[in-house]
Design a protein around this ligand. Sequence first.
Ligand code: NFK
Ligand code: ZN
Ligand code: ZN
Length: 216
Amino acid sequence: MSSWRSQRRIWDISQTLRPGLPVWPGDTAFAFERTWKMEDGSPVNVGRMTMSTHSGTHGDAPLHYSETAPDIASVELDPYIGECLVVDATGVSGGSISVGDLPHLGSADRVLFRTFETFPHAQWDSGFTAIDAETIKWLALQGVKLVGTDAPSVDPQESKTMDAHKAVLEHDMRILEGLVLDGVPEGRYELIALPLKIAGGDAGLCRAILRELPDA
Ligand SMILES: N[C@@H](CC(=O)c1ccccc1NC=O)C(=O)O
Ligand SMILES: [Zn+2]
Ligand SMILES: [Zn+2]
């Protein structure tokens, strides 16, 4: 084992940003180009990205669903680092996770839902599993501060009322979307998923990981 590799297993639960990355219908396509090239005599290679704030694995800012709420540069970082519970919701039918679909959670500050058996890296899946607003409210009452999902949104794609996001706002919770949880067993992990500090940002790209908890 490499000397620098920690003893605690790490799961990279982030999408790879790349040209052709499936994005929300009508949203900005991901693009990457090199603007300074060593092959052209530049001392370094430098790239430029064009992307939506909601591309790939990201954290929503409250500003995304409320005009007067904080941007992603202003949110506290505590929700994005700490123990979390991964819940297997791949068996949920009916389009969204209801309270009845939840297992016994025990105490959990952060809950991540795995809705895909296999994450759709190559194509957009508009029929993704959302989360009922009632489920968000129930989680908040259990003390949950952050809800994550491998789906591109906590609301259904066709939602205009954004009820799940509004429930998150009501309870001042935080959201991670576009996680990749394939092969991650249900259970408790350390979550590290800090959103980029973007002034005025309605969301922030994350490099999200799960790490085995230290031996109790
Ligand atoms: N990840 C986003 C998805 C989303 O709602 C969205 C993303 C880009 C453009 C429009 C969107 N939503 C509604 O029109 C979300 O926070 O749910
Ligand atoms: Zn989002
Ligand atoms: Zn969202």
